[in-house]
Design a protein around this ligand. Structure first.
Ligand SMILES: [Fe+2]
Length: 423
């Protein structure tokens, strides 16, 4: 596929998620010029300070190119001598399937619904369980009750977490980001992080992206502020540690896990800037495009574009009220997309049930549309009230390539779901 060279607009808005300066008082006029030693924070050894270029897409100016310059209190390759150790996947994350490298596993074409995953004791990585995957993306759930005992770098893909239940903190080398209900939290591949719950448990919907970094969809005639704006994107505020001790960083690469051991805290970034950093966006800041005359398809709710998939946010919106206008989606057969919906909160407008934490998987190959009871419910309510809001928050992922299911997904499957359209 031919790639377009990046334009100024690409870099500043559509692809870069914009530039951020968290240099924290370091005096340096440009990348590759080391900070003035007099501007270093107390306790930092000038001899040890390094600039680390944190980048993706190499040095080629494709739309995926992005860079941050991290100023670290220690050299990047400063692990302990003999401090690298291969770990067994069964011990680290036994049910995490790295879709990019996993063989397809197709189990037939029918509508599928998966019950909410049980809350498991343990931390976010060991409890990360994949439901569906292809070579572009893997979708799963992580529930956790305790903090991760190590830091983690995912070299295979970007991690997108959607916080369904609970609160906590995502510690990163760029600084911390709060985990609260309704937040999408994007961790670019390779970013060091650790998930720490602040509530009895966290329930996270997880997406692993193997392609280029997310794009903000082109919102065309609706303008740059649709359907969310820069100010809704929050990057971490720098926080670092110079403490010493025994620190472990687990790296996932090619679906394998390797531990690195350091004598210093790995969040030792004393300043950074650039256009590549973790961020969070709350689904409540997504503003839907609506029409009173025609049901607007989910493309109007597209929040992130990936290679081979889209992430769409369903949020509260007024029902269509024009005469004969359908207040729910039309029957559809989309033959070049598989469709997954994660039900977080509220009543989904076209489904007869939308229990929190459940997930539906509609592969290409069959027709579906509103459940009869959902259509009746919407029509009757509109008749009675004239107009009303559909209330709820739901995440949809549509993929270009067919999705495979995992054996773990089958343990959660509601086998009667295909009959839910029948009276
Ligand atoms: Fe659909």
């Amino acid at each position: 596929m031919e790639r377009q060279a990046a334009s100024v607009r690409d870099i500043t808005y559509q692809t870069g998620w914009c530039y951020h300066n968290q240099l924290n008082g370091l005096r340096t006029p440009s990348p590759h010029v080391m900070p003035d030693p007099a501007s270093l924070p107390p306790g930092v050894d000038p001899e040890q300070v390094r600039e680390q270029e944190y980048t993706r897409a190499g040095f080629v100016p494709t739309r995926d190119h992005a860079t941050a310059y991290l100023y670290r209190a220690h050299p990047g390759p400063s692990w302990r001598r003999d401090g690298i150790q291969r770990l067994a996947a069964e011990e680290v994350a036994p049910l995490w399937v790295t879709g990019r490298y996993a063989p397809p596993r197709f189990v037939g074409c029918q509508p599928r619904r998966y019950r909410a995953a049980p809350i498991e004791q343990g931390h976010a990585i060991q409890n990360l369980r994949t439901l569906l995957y292809n070579a572009d993306v893997a979708l799963g759930i992580s529930t956790c009750t305790r903090e991760m005992p190590y830091f983690f770098r995912n070299a295979d893909g970007d991690d997108l977490f959607f916080v369904h239940e609970g609160e906590g903190v995502l510690e990163t080398e760029f600084g911390p980001l709060g985990l609260e209900k309704g937040y999408y939290v994007w961790v670019p591949r390779g970013t060091l992080y650790r998930i720490v719950p602040d509530s009895p448990h966290l329930f996270l919907f997880h997406l692993e992206n193997y392609g280029e970094k997310f794009q903000k969809p082109d919102t065309g005639i609706t303008g740059d502020a649709a359907i969310y704006y820069h100010r809704n994107i929050e990057v971490p505020t720098l926080r670092y540690s110079l403490s010493r001790g025994d620190f472990q960083v687990v790296v996932k690469q090619g679906g394998t896990f390797t531990a690195y051991h350091y004598d210093h805290h790995p969040c030792d970034v004393i300043g950074w800037d650039g256009d590549l950093a973790p961020f969070r966006l709350n689904i409540r800041d997504v503003k839907p495009i609506t029409s009173w005359r025609a049901h607007i398809p989910p493309s109007a709710y597209c929040t992130f574009l990936g290679n081979g998939f889209e992430v769409c946010s369903f949020v509260p919106r007024p029902v269509e009220t024009a005469e004969y206008a359908l207040p729910v989606p039309f029957d559809h057969m989309n033959h070049e997309r598989d469709e997954v919906v994660f039900y977080s909160e509220g009543v989904f407008f076209s489904k007869d049930t939308s229990a929190a934490g459940t997930l539906t998987f509609h592969a290409r190959g069959f027709s579906h549309g509103p459940h009869p009871r959902a259509l009746k419910r919407a029509l009757e309510r509109r008749q009675r009230e004239g107009a009303f809001l559909f209330e709820g928050y739901f995440v949809m992922v549509e993929t270009s390539a067919p999705l495979s299911t995992t054996p773990w997904a089958e343990t959660l499957e509601d086998k009667d779901y295909p009959n839910s359209w029948l009276s």
